[in-house]
Design a protein around this ligand. Structure first.
Ligand SMILES: [Ca+2]
Ligand SMILES: [Ca+2]
Length: 198
């Protein structure tokens, strides 16, 4: 790791874009640790793959044997099971237990981003398993958490939903974050719990 990426964080730590510190072992481990997901982004995780490897959307390499085997092995994007990837694979049989993931009811206040690709049937917006999607909030709300998600084979979402906060709730959230940073003894879980983020 470059020393410059440590920022104000301690030995063996990495600094997220918004100045949170995470252990370097949490980089590219298939789990979002930075609130903004920077620890699992392409910029951080890209590696050069060998001939017998497949490159996931966020740049990590997995064995080619794991492509189109009906199990998500690219933990962040499910790229190894995307329909568009698998339709070219000889003998690929999608599992018949596949279920789509729905946008959810309007009162949740969280929607598929218009810049994402999704399907509509009977007015219900959905994505198929392994199709990635981005979420957005109502125009007056601010999104906090992971905007991207991927539909799992069984019709559940791979990541926790982001939250849509009103400007007032967002101010409180930011103040809480700041307080946590100045008081390093406060576990970060406090804020996660407060806003039920993860
Ligand atoms: Ca991580
Ligand atoms: Ca797989």
């Amino acid at each position: 790791m470059l020393e410059s990426q440590r920022g104000n964080c301690g030995q063996g730590e990495w600094q997220c874009v918004d100045k949170e510190c995470i252990p370097t072992s949490s980089l590219c481990n298939g789990k979002i640790d930075c609130t903004d997901g920077a620890d699992e982004a392409l910029a951080q995780c890209y590696e050069k793959c060998e001939e017998d490897q497949f490159q996931c959307g966020n740049g990590i390499c997995i064995s080619k044997d794991k492509v189109c085997d009906n199990t998500i092995d690219c933990p962040m994007d499910g790229a190894d099971e995307l329909q568009t990837v698998c339709e070219y694979v000889n003998g690929y049989k999608p599992s018949n237990s596949y279920r789509p993931c729905n946008e959810g009811p309007e009162e949740n206040g969280i929607f598929f981003s218009e810049s994402s690709t999704y399907h509509i049937a009977n007015g219900i917006k959905y994505v198929l398993p392994n199709e990635p999607i981005r979420f957005r909030c109502d125009y007056y709300k601010i999104i906090v958490g992971t905007e991207s998600n991927v539909c799992m084979l069984n019709g559940t979402w791979h990541h926790d939903f982001p939250k849509c906060l009103s400007p007032r709730e967002y101010r409180d959230y930011e103040a809480e974050l700041k307080k946590n940073r100045t008081n390093s003894n406060t576990p970060r879980n406090g804020i996660k719990k407060l806003f039920n983020l993860y």
